[in-house]
Design a protein around this ligand. Structure first.
Ligand code: SAM
Length: 279
């Protein structure tokens, strides 16, 4: 019978955040696949667990992934850990999960520490709808392109960032979203110097220019304000669609053209056209 893959989250700072279930899974697994075996060994020593470790990280994941999968298919249970937080979230693991899923191996994710969720919940930003954007590229051009693709994003956006890149990222964000946009900078979460700075992009730039940033950061950026769809806009859209249809354009094309010409979302024009039919 095939074994299983467990995804075991580990503390992002405070070692007491390891759960009973994570501890038991690490104890009971046949082997542990770790992003950095030295980091994991420290955790295992702290927990008093002795277990065989194999390394699984970005640059060996293709060969090690096959080896780990073979061992699981032969009946062993593997616990995958990263250096901190949830494996597979901006950390090695995504490919191993895909490989196991494709081979019909059961994958079990144990809930636990994860920087994106910890930051979002403490940020004070809207949490109902959010998107996780991971790390921005270190290359200026692709970082800017990434940010520009988010200009119309109305959901709260969450980014991981390293301290030495923080200032240039904040500057690029201010260029894309405006310096008044609200942001929560969540630093050293669960650690002694945990800090959440709830401010604007402009003020964050001033703060970290005066005082260079230290530690690990998650940036939680407010989304763009939802554009209120005023009745007048809906009426304009309906009138525009009607005029185009009267000139012989099909309803579908009239909706498409109106959305483009009045710079409105297609669903708004579609709803306005529906309303027009009812009246
Ligand atoms: N898989 C991990 C998780 O689920 O939390 C994330 C790993 S990613 C390689 C590391 C990034 O997570 C850091 O650069 C930082 O942006 C964020 N991070 C991790 N621990 C943090 C902490 N204690 N406080 C703030 N950010 C943290």
């Amino acid at each position: 019978m095939a074994g299983m893959l467990y995804l075991v989250p580990t503390p992002i700072g405070n070692l007491r955040d390891i759960s009973i279930r994570c501890r038991e899974t690490l104890e009971q697994a046949d082997f542990i696949a770790a992003e950095d075996t030295r980091v994991t060994l420290k955790l295992l020593n702290h927990l008093g667990i002795k277990k065989s470790l194999v390394s699984y990280y970005e640059h060996n994941k293709a060969s090690k992934g096959n080896m780990i999968l073979d061992r699981i298919l032969a009946g062993e249970t593997c616990a995958l850990v990263s250096d901190a937080g949830s494996p597979a979230i901006s950390d090695p693991g995504e490919d191993l999960v895909k490989q196991c899923a494709e081979a019909g191996v059961t994958v079990c994710a144990i809930p636990g520490p994860c920087a994106v969720i910890t930051a979002l919940s403490i940020s004070g930003q809207s949490t109902g709808r959010f998107c996780f954007e991971g790390f921005l590229s270190t290359a200026k051009k692709s970082r800017r392109e990434h940010l520009e693709s988010l200009i119309g994003e109305t959901r709260t956006m969450v980014f991981y960032e390293a301290p030495h890149k923080l200032l240039s990222t904040l500057e690029d964000m201010a260029a894309a979203f405006g310096s008044d946009r609200s942001i929560s900078l969540c630093r050293e979460l669960t650690k002694l110097h945990e800090e959440v700075v709830r401010t604007t992009l402009g003020e964050a730039i001033e703060k970290y220019t005066a005082q260079p940033p230290k530690g690990e950061f998650v940036l939680v950026l407010a989304g763009a304000p939802e554009r209120p769809i005023e009745t007048a806009t809906a009426d304009d859209a309906a009138a525009h669609v009607r005029a185009l249809m009267d000139s012989g354009i099909s309803r579908k094309d009239a909706i498409k053209q109106t959305a483009k010409e009045l710079d409105l979302p297609k669903n708004v024009v579609y709803d306005a056209a529906l309303q027009m039919d009812k009246e």
